[in-house]
Write a protein that binds this ligand. Sequence first.
Ligand code: URA
Length: 230
Amino acid sequence: MRVDRFLSNLPCFNRQQVRLLLVERRVRIDGQTVNDPHAQVREFSRVEVDDQLLQAGRPTRYFMLHKPSGCVSATRDPQHRTVLDCLEEPDKEDLHIAGRLDYNTTGLMLITNDGAWSRRLTQPQTKLPKVYYVETEQAITDEYAEVFARGLYFAFENLTTLPAQLELLGPRSARLSIVEGRYHQVKRMFGHFNNKVLRLHRERMGPLLLDALLEPGQYRALSPEEVRLV
Ligand code: URA
């Protein structure tokens, strides 16, 4: 939200006062003085006027995990190990998953407490590609790429999937790039050809590539540059 709107939404300032506060350089966002009414206040920003704290702000946290097979993409589960069990971090209840993976799917999983950031990654509207390495039971023919590029009708959701790109790597292996994350989407796309997915591994989400140094179950914090890419 723009800082002028954020301030004038508060009961203590009207619009004229907000204009003056900015001109007089009395407003700070995350410690920086701002005079531009368009400056952005985010969920996690610390906002001060003179020495009065108006929004405390919280540190944002971003992690990349190499999800192992055999754990659930949930923050808690009564029976199974969850992806959060792989993280040794405080306040894990604040964290959520940006784009779930099935129990046996491996690969890139992003975990954060920043809801706006994870929405940008996962919303179909932003069209960020999610890239999967796929191995199947039966041979993959050239027809698959044409059908996936046109989109497949999913009766349950009553929608047609957005165009997806398939690159054949071998008789039964391929790289698939999709911009949505419908329920079991990749398995259902191959299921259209009655071809079972035997291995599924997410390599990339938008600009973020799974770090080759991370073994299954290992994770690391994202760098500020990586966070800004999304
Ligand atoms: N599509 C699937 O079918 N499963 C996943 O885990 C991810 C995408």
